[in-house]
Design a protein around this ligand. Sequence first.
Ligand code: HEM
Length: 479
Amino acid sequence: MDGHQDSPFRRFTELSHQYGPVFAMTMGSMPCVVVNDYDSIKEVLITNGSKFGGRPDFTRYNALFAGDRNNSLALCDWSSLQETRRKIARTYCSPKVYSSNYCLLDSISSNELDVFLDSLATVSVRGSECEVQLKQLLLMASANMFIRFMCSTQFEYGDPEFQNMVRTYDEIFWDINHGYAVDFLPWLKPFYAGHMRKLSKWSTQIRQFIMDMVVSKRSSYAKAVAAALDGASDQSRENNDYAADDDDVDEQEPTDFTDALLMSLRKEPGLKMNHVLFELEDFIGGHSAVGNMVMLALSMVATRPHVAQAIRDEAEQVTGGQRLACLYDKPDMPYTEATLLETLRFISSPIVPHVATEDTTIKGFKISKDTCIIINNYEINTSPAYWDNPEVFDPNRFVHRKFGAKPCIRKPEYFLPFSTGKRTCIGQQLVSGFGFVLLAGVLQRYEVKATAELAIPEARMALPPDTYPLILKPLDGSR
Ligand code: HEM
């Protein structure tokens, strides 16, 4: 890997051409296996997925989650607790179209888009083009969409505490999207003491914000705490610390995700306050992924004006030029959705490493328990074996057109930006919904151009917290 620290996935691909699609390597002191083709990736994630549900025990992951990465949804090992946490999240993260939660997603995303475009109008100059630090604004819009949906509250973009929270999440997102030598060489830990302290500090700051601004204001929080105190003094509740005192509370419908999490403390044995707070923080943190992704999609479009125009044309056709596109327009605007998918393919965002939880095999090769499995989806996203002209950014590759039928999205089975199987991403519907509204909204109002600083990462979803600006020029007729 020497000399390839900045593009490890490209290096894995080169090595796979030399050693085959499944090869073993020891990274520092950690035995790893890299899987590079769809067949073996499918074996790890689906066919044999129950044996690959663990995550690597990186020191950084522990530092971010109060000393125990099992507090985190994405970085914990598989367990019944994880199944419970995923179950609670499902109603809110994957609402069915036309359910009340989907309807809420629609109104929140449109409403926040208006707020975002208003604040963009104050920084862009009427009629002429100007450079805008768009990422910060996109992150704040996305954060408010998540917080409104999950916590029923919202913040002003000018609020310094909100700005600080958004910044801290983005710093974490940037860090987590990187590999460090200490991940594989734990004895380097003393040299990273300052870095680990910084990670713990970020995590504490986020907890403070979420507690002060969201959770502590809830009546369901007070009830959960009271039940916990009650439970602590009652030996008969040893295995169910937060069991309900009165049936009334359990019969109430949660008002939102925060409420559902706090109420689940009284219903789910084994679930502790710390678990639900970390779960809430994890999900709110999803806004960083969405903000970074939309910034990347706009960066792609900035150097490909024909893509921007095709999105505008699609929006014009669906809205009659009378309004901004909304979530319910998504099925009628496949090209816009496809632009986000093509962005994810093109930059090839990586899959979190898995770990074998027992001795097993991949393609007949023996894999020992605790081996770290690196899934090289850079190869399946960029190889000519899977795609025509993979080096060309072309959203049309995801749009299926058939004479007499409405164009629709079609994804090949080997396209796995959100992974698949039991640890698949829980946030994909929120990503495609909020991402769609933001991307379409910006392009309906602005022409977007690149500056000389533009730098698109390879096999990485995160842009640096302080990244390049984009040039915005209001379109004729827009505010
Ligand atoms: C562009 C945005 C995103 C991309 C490309 C993405 C992709 C991924 C990938 C590849 C994984 C790893 C799956 C595996 O290990 O097999 C993952 C896990 C996860 N994602 Fe996302 N994600 C995105 C946004 C989000 C958002 C917005 C949320 C929350 C609302 C979210 C929540 C999660 C969670 C909780 C997991 C861990 C699941 C588990 O380990 O059981 N993601 N995501």
